[in-house]
Write a protein that binds this ligand. Structure first.
Ligand SMILES: Cc1ncc(COP(=O)(O)O)c(C=O)c1O
Length: 371
C-alpha cells in the first residue's frame, strides 16, 4: 500500500463535528451539589410525567419482549394515520424524531449538496447533517429571534436538497406564521425537501396563525412529530414522520429495522389515546408560561413569548447567562444555556409544574436579587 493512500482513521467531518451536549441529569446535579430540591427545567420534557395508561400497556408488552418489535409499528401507525387523516403508508415511526433527522440526512443527499436552516435552531439537525458531511447554510435569525424566510429563500441554489424548519422553533419558542410559511412554500422548488419539525406541535396547534404543515398537503414536505414532549415519553424514544409514500418508502430502506422498540411502541400508543392527559399537559404549560411572563415583567427581565413548552430568557451578556445558569444549578434548578444554539446570552427554561415554578421563582430571587 503506498503511503499517500492511507487515510486518517477518523474522517475530517467527524473529527470536526461538535457532539450534541444534552442538559444535565438529576443524578449529575445531585452528585455535584446535593441541593435540597431539584427541578429539571432544561430539556423541554413534560414535567407532569406521562399518561397513567402507559404503565399497564408497557407491562403487557413486556410479555412479548423476547420477540423483535414490529418493524413498521402497525398499530401505532394506524392510530397516527387515522387521527391525522393520512394513509398508513404515509407514516413512519422511529426512535425519536432525532432518528428521523438522521435517516433523512443519510437517505436524500448526494455529495456537494447543501441544506438550509436557521442559525439558532435545534442543534440535533446540525449534528446529523455534519455526520453526513452535508454543507449547512445557517441563516441568521431576524432581530426578533424568528426564522428569516426571505433570507432562507435567497440562499436556495442548484445544490440545495433540504430546508429544515423547526416550527415552533427550539430554543426560541418563536414560529413561522401562516403567511410566511405559505410564501416560503411557493418559492421552494419541488425537488427540495422541506422538513417541518413539529416537535412542539401539541402546544402550538391552537395558535391562530400557526401553520400546521399537514394542512397544506405539499408533496415535498415531511412533518416530524414526537412523543418526547407533550406526551411525556422522552425516555422511550418514539417519534414519527408523515409524508408522501415516495419519501416514506425510501426512508424505510435506510431506517434501522427494529426501531422503535416494542415497549416504546406500546407506550406511545397508550399515550396517544389518552386525550385527557394531553389536554392537561398543554393547560399546565400554558398556565406556567403566563406565570413566567408575569414574573419576568415584574422583575424587568427580557424574554421571548413562546408557543412551545419553554421560554427563552435574554440576558445582557454571555457572562451574565453563564453566572445565572450556574448559580441556579447550585440551588437545584437545572436550566439550559443555549450557546450551542448560537445564542450565548440566552437561557432556556422548560415550563414546569406549579411547585417547580415556585422553586424557580424562589431561586431566581435568591440568585438575582439576593432576597
Ligand atoms: C425541534 C426539535 N426536534 C426534535 C427533537 C428531538 O426529539 P426526539 O426526542 O423525538 O428525538 C427536539 C428535542 O429537543 C427538538 O427540540
Amino acid at each position: 500500500m503506498s503511503e499517500n493512500r492511507i487515510q486518517p482513521l477518523v474522517p475530517k467531518n467527524i473529527e470536526q463535528l461538535k457532539r450534541y451536549i444534552a442538559g444535565k441529569t438529576i443524578a449529575e446535579v445531585k452528585e455535584a451539589y446535593n441541593p435540597e430540591k431539584i427541578s429539571k427545567l432544561a430539556s423541554n420534557e413534560n414535567r407532569l410525567g406521562c399518561s397513567p395508561k402507559v404503565e399497564p400497556a408497557v407491562l403487557e408488552a413486556l410479555k412479548e419482549i423476547q420477540d423483535y418489535p414490529d418493524p413498521i409499528a402497525r398499530k401505532l401507525r394506524k392510530a397516527i394515520a387515522q387521527k391525522n387523516n393520512v394513509k398508513e403508508t404515509e407514516v413512519i415511526l422511529a426512535s425519536g424524531s432525532e432518528s428521523l433527522l438522521s435517516m433523512l440526512c443519510r437517505t436524500f443527499f448526494l455529495n456537494k449538496q447543501n441544506a438550509i436552516t436557521a442559525e439558532a435552531t435545534f442543534v440535533g439537525f446540525f449534528v446529523q447533517a455534519g455526520v453526513r458531511g452535508i454543507h449547512l447554510k445557517k441563516i441568521p435569525m431576524t432581530s426578533d429571534y424568528r426564522f428569516d424566510v426571505k433570507a432562507i429563500v435567497n440562499a436556495i441554489d442548484d445544490q440545495t436538497k433540504m430546508i429544515y424548519l423547526a416550527n415552533p422553533n427550539n430554543p426560541t419558542g418563536t414560529y413561522i406564521n401562516k403567511k410566511e410559511y405559505e410564501w416560503l412554500m411557493e418559492q421552494v422548488p419541488k425537488e427540495v425537501l422541506v422538513i417541518a419539525d413539529e416537535a412542539y406541535y401539541e402546544f402550538a396547534e391552537e395558535v391562530e396563525d400557526y401553520p400546521k404543515a399537514l394542512d397544506y398537503n405539499h408533496d415535498n414536505v415531511i412533518v416530524l412529530r414526537t412523543f418526547s414532549k407533550a406526551y411525556g415519553l422522552a425516555g422511550f424514544r418514539v417519534g414519527y414522520g408523515i409524508a408522501k409514500e415516495e419519501i416514506i418508502n425510501n426512508l424505510l430502506k435506510t431506517k434501522l429495522t427494529f426501531e422503535p422498540t416494542t415497549l416504546g411502541q406500546a407506550a406511545a400508543l397508550a399515550a396517544f389515546n389518552d386525550e385527557d392527559f394531553l389536554k392537561k399537559s398543554v393547560r399546565v404549560v400554558n398556565e406556567g408560561k403566563e406565570r413566567l411572563y408575569k414574573f419576568f415583567d415584574e422583575h424587568e427581565v427580557d424574554y421571548k413569548k413562546s408557543i412551545s413548552n419553554s421560554v427563552m430568557m435574554i440576558l445582557p451578556t454571555e457572562e451574565a447567562a453563564v453566572d445565572f445558569t450556574q448559580k441556579m444549578l447550585e440551588q437545584g434548578v437545572i436550566l439550559r444555556r443555549i450557546n450551542a444554539f448560537g445564542l450565548p446570552n440566552c437561557v432556556r427554561i422548560t415550563v414546569g409544574i406549579e411547585e417547580e415554578m415556585d422553586h424557580f421563582e424562589k431561586c431566581f430571587k435568591k440568585v438575582m436579587i439576593n432576597s
